[in-house]
Design a protein around this ligand. Structure first.
Ligand SMILES: Cc1ncc(COP(=O)(O)O)c(C=O)c1O
Length: 382
């Protein structure tokens, strides 16, 4: 099973031995019968430690990211918490990009800062600035989100990872926007891949989850201990739903990419109302060439700037009919978001603050004509 689409369908999915059920059952149990004290069946004991449905998902996630170890959590932020808590302690320092998901920034700024973890915010495309931001003996992690949320900046995973390693730090890549179908950070030299599986991997806006994938066995053991000892694991049902969704990831991503490119091309023609479009598939995007080399497609997310400023951006968000105004992204249905007051409200007043004239779209897999018609009618309203 060497190809991505085949592994997405088959890894961890073996027909049930007893009944032949093609889809393995959901193991809705919190504990497992022991055949003697400490005599466990297949190592299963208590579900905070391991559950067969979660283990199957973890195996599939690792396979798709090309990593040895996969760990599944109850949310993306729970996954982030586990890796940060494992690698950074009081007195340590991390480097973050100047554009990233507001909740990830909040985790560093409002939770780990109080715990004594310092951080610097850096333009990760400015390698000179990056080199100078390491604090010898203290900087242990560089956090890379690419494409970034919401400005769609592309960062060079191979180059930033190489710089991080030279300074004794690890590189963690939030691969939520790209998915392993389009980008595999471990193959580019990153140490840990993180996902909000709530997004494209779950794909249907009906399940919250997070994941980490990595190759380093020692680090994996430490994170696995945090997963077990803190307990933010995915439930069997959430793990099952996510695993089911992985099977159509490739199909969905192809369509997301196709539709988002068409939307970006269209918005670029609307110079009467749209001041700028941020999508790495556009030739004029500053990260276009880099995206071509490190990604296999440009994804389903894009942002744009309204010439009419804040009021036009809000009016647009409230005028769509097919695009639902909602937090989150990556589902089959199109969503529209106003980052400054929704997903990135927690970054206001920080260097990551998102401008008030920016609208973010998660372009779904509906028919492209309906998607474009909706955008047209919403632009007419402003
Ligand atoms: C890029 C990115 N990373 C991480 C997260 C956090 O994931 P979750 O909401 O599943 O905790 C999000 C959520 O929007 C996100 O967009």
């Amino acid at each position: 099973m060497s190809e991505f689409e085949t592994r997405a369908i088959h890894v961890g999915q073996h027909p049930d031995e007893k009944t032949g059920s093609v889809i393995p059952p959901i193991h809705m149990t919190s504990t497992h019968k022991q055949d003697g004290v400490g005599n466990l069946r297949d190592g299963f004991e208590y579900n905070r430690a391991a559950n067969p449905t979660r283990s199957a998902l973890q195996e599939a996630l690792a396979s798709l990211e090309g990593g040895r170890f996969g760990l599944s959590f109850s949310s993306g932020l729970a996954a982030e918490d586990a890796v940060i808590r494992t690698v950074l302690g009081p007195g340590d320092h991390a480097i973050l990009a100047d554009d990233m998901y507001g909740g990830s920034y909040r985790l560093f700024a409002r939770v780990f800062k109080d715990w004594g973890v310092e951080f610097s915010i850096v333009d990760l495309n400015n390698f000179e600035q990056l080199e100078q931001s390491f604090i010898a003996g203290k900087t242990k992690m560089v956090w890379i989100e690419t494409p970034s949320n919401p400005m769609m900046t592309i960062f060079d995973i191979a180059k930033v990872s190489e710089i991080a390693h030279r300074h004794g730090a690890i590189a963690v890549v939030d691969n939520t926007f790209a998915t392993p179908y389009l980008q595999r950070p471990l193959e580019l030299g990153a140490d840990v891949v993180m996902h909000s599986t709530t997004k494209y991997l779950g794909g249907h806006s009906d399940v919250l989850g997070g994941a980490l994938v990595l190759n380093d066995g020692e680090l994996a053991k430490k994170i696995e201990f945090i997963q077990f000892a803190v307990g933010a694991v995915s439930s069997p049902f959430d793990a099952w739903l996510t695993h089911r969704s992985l099977k159509t990831l490739a199909l969905r991503m192809d369509k997301h990419c196709f539709n988002a490119q068409a939307v970006a091309n269209y918005l670029e023609t609307r110079t009467d109302k749209v001041a700028a479009v941020y999508y790495p598939g556009l030739l004029n995007h500053p990260g276009h060439d880099l995206a071509r080399t490190q990604m296999a497609g440009f994804g389903g997310m894009l942002s744009f700037k309204l010439s009419g400023g804040e009021s036009a951006a809000k009016k647009f968000c409230e005028s769509t009919k097919l695009f639902t105004l909602a937090e989150s992204l990556g589902g089959v249905e199109s969503l529209v978001n106003y980052p400054a007051e929704m997903t990135h409200a927690s970054a206001n007043g920080s260097p990551l603050e998102v401008a008030k004239d920016i609208v973010r779209l998660s372009v779904g897999v509906e028919h492209i004509s309906d998607i474009l018609d909706d955008l047209k009618q919403a632009l007419e309203k402003i």
